[in-house]
Each structure stands twice: as C-alpha cells, then as structure tokens.
Design a protein around this ligand. Structure first.
Ligand SMILES: [Zn+2]
Length: 101
C-alpha cells in the first residue's frame, strides 16, 4: 500500500524537474484542466475513463503540492483527523447542501 506521502514523493522524482519550471500558477491550471477532464468522464459515466482521470487529478494535485512545498498527507490528516473539521462529528452532521450548482 502506498501512502499519500510516498505517492507525492514519487511524483516529485518523476516530474519535479519539469513542474518546478511551470511554477505554482502554471501547475494550478494543469490541475484545473485535469479536473475538467474528470468532469467529462463523470458525465459520460465511463468507469475506465473515470479511473484514468481520477489518477491524473491525484497526480497533478500531488505535483502542485510539490511545487508549493506542501506536504499533502500532513495537511490532509491534520485537517481531517478522524472527524468532520466543521461539526467535529463522524459521520458528518453538517446541514446538507445537495447541489453545488
Ligand atoms: Zn460536518
């Protein structure tokens, strides 16, 4: 099993030399493009395409965190430490917002 930290380090080993040239803002727009591709895959309900795009979004998120010098695992676990950060419950009891758009 690969932890988030190890995956982020792997992305650094493979891509950091190129990612660092793109800068944080450049990396952010690459991530946004990948999220849009995930949106298309979700809308088409194509499982294989969704798997592919989920992998790309995670890879670009980890790469963006590398360029921003953020430890993704540390950030995620410190915020989501076993319960909802807003209501402090597990499962979350925050008022539900069913639709974002
Ligand atoms: Zn909550």
């Amino acid at each position: 099993m690969v932890h988030i930290h190890e995956f982020q380090r792997l992305m650094k080993q493979i891509y950091f030399h190129r990612d660092s040239e793109r800068g944080i803002e450049g990396m952010f727009y690459w991530l946004v493009d990948e999220v849009k591709e995930l949106e298309e895959a979700v809308k088409m309900q194509e499982r294989k395409a969704m798997e592919n795009e989920f992998a790309d979004v995670l890879a670009w998120l980890a790469s963006l965190a590398n360029v921003a010098n953020i430890d993704l695992e540390k950030a995620a676990i410190s915020k989501y430490s076993g319960k909802c950060p807003k209501c402090k419950e597990k499962p979350c009891r925050c008022p539900s917002l069913l639709k974002k758009h």
